[in-house]
Ligand binder design. Structure first.
Ligand code: FNR
Length: 365
């Protein structure tokens, strides 16, 4: 039988009740600049679980303090951070949804002010810090670019360990899906892309070398993540820089196979972000779907999610029904409408699938 948006998706022994995921979205809402979750995170993620998403992915959550984009980002570098997220995972699960967490390191794009404060580099006086990357070339910023420290091989091993420790804490906090953030020009993507990786050691140069850290991180996360829970990896499917040596969709498909061997269960295909001009010419409905399809068709069987410009129930449903991707991932529409999943079920005539919680039933009769 053809699967539709509301057909459960089983990955390992974890069942997503439907194929609709809330995309990870930074909320920049930590109050004391200490990485600890606040009521905002519980209410934000909890509302989307109430609203019928099958998988609610928490925002890019830093595996070490240097890995935050802004001082207000979530972190998971101590047990206190994990404890503060437990109420959220319990609530999301109580609504029948699956809680996920995106484990992240912002690399040379770290130490900025929040988007609504200009995303400007922060000096140490303003609460900023020295940023790290595969290179010492800084992110090209109009203002004074932040000093960037090229990671040594020992330091790279330390970062892999931070991802492993973060996954252990996320596991104990009750998350059922861990997503490794290797997209959007942040640390792991900076290693993948020849645009930012100018190393001559075993972490630079060939495809295998550029992919080494992402594979090590994926294996480290998988080594502590329970066998019955899936691991996702978010990739930028392409750098959108066809005229120079850059990360391409062909390399993404090749990497998807390698990551599947390392224990990844789903590749979440986004794009861009490696330098300011690394962006698509056009952003609209399904603007990244062809990248996900390419990865799905040119890799050997790993599940694939698509994100970007999905705003209607019919659109998300058609992606699944036409077998173009395994998971429809929705970002901004879920910010506009936390109950997108409930509305989608109603519009699609889902019957008794994806029913609203009892408290809201009179509104959905
Ligand atoms: C994002 N995005 C994003 N991506 C990611 O991988 N980790 C993150 O933490 C964030 N943070 C974030 C915050 C906000 C406010 C927005 C709007 C976006 C990108 C997001 O997950 C998604 O890939 C894009 O928004 C494209 O999908 P939509 O919005 O077209 O459905």
């Amino acid at each position: 039988m053809t699967a539709d948006l509301l057909t459960p998706l089983e990955l390992r022994e974890t069942e997503l009740p439907n194929r609709l995921m809330v995309s990870p979205m930074c909320q920049y809402s930590v109050e004391d600049r200490d990485g600890v979750a606040t009521p905002w995170h519980l209410v934000h993620l909890g509302s989307r679980a109430v609203g019928g998403a099958g998988l609610v992915m928490a925002e890019a959550t830093a595996v070490e303090p240097r890995g935050r984009i802004t001082p207000e980002d979530l972190g998971i570098w101590s047990d206190e951070h994990a404890a503060a997220l437990q109420e959220t995972t319990a609530f999301v699960r109580s609504q029948g949804a699956v809680p996920g967490i995106q484990l992240a390191h912002a690399g040379r794009k770290a130490s900025k002010s929040r988007p609504w404060e200009g995303s400007a580099p922060l000096s140490p006086d303003e609460g900023g810090w020295e940023v790290v990357g595969p290179t010492d070339r800084p992110w090209p910023h109009d203002d004074e670019p932040p000093a960037t420290d090229r990671l040594s091989v020992d330091e790279i091993e330390g970062i892999v360990d931070s991802f492993r420790a973060a996954a252990e804490r996320a596991r104990d906090a009750g998350f059922l899906v861990a997503e490794v953030h290797a997209a959007h020009g942040y640390l792991l993507h900076e290693f993948l892309s020849p645009v930012t990786n100018d190393r001559t050691d075993e972490y630079g140069g060939s495809f295998e070398n550029r992919a080494r850290i992402v594979r090590e991180v994926t294996r480290a996360v998988r080594s502590v993540w329970p066998d019955d829970r899936p691991v996702f990896v978010r990739l930028s499917g392409t750098d959108w820089l066809p005229d120079r040596e850059s990360w391409t969709v062909e390399q993404s498909a090749r990497l998807a196979d390698a990551l599947a061997d390392d224990g990844a269960d789903l590749i979440d295909v986004s794009s861009g972000g490696i330098v300011p001009e690394s962006a698509p010419d056009w952003v609209g409905p399904n603007f990244q779907l062809s990248l996900a399809e390419h990865v799905r068709q040119n890799s050997s069987g790993v599940a694939v999610g698509t994100v970007g410009g999905i705003t209607t129930a019919q659109q998300a449903d058609a992606i699944v029904r036409n077998d173009r991707a395994d998971l429809a991932i929705v970002g901004r529409e879920f910010l506009r409408n936390p109950y997108f999943g409930l509305h989608a079920a109603r519009e699609l005539g889902a019957g008794d699938r994806n029913e609203p919680p009892a408290q809201y039933q009179r509104a959905f009769q």
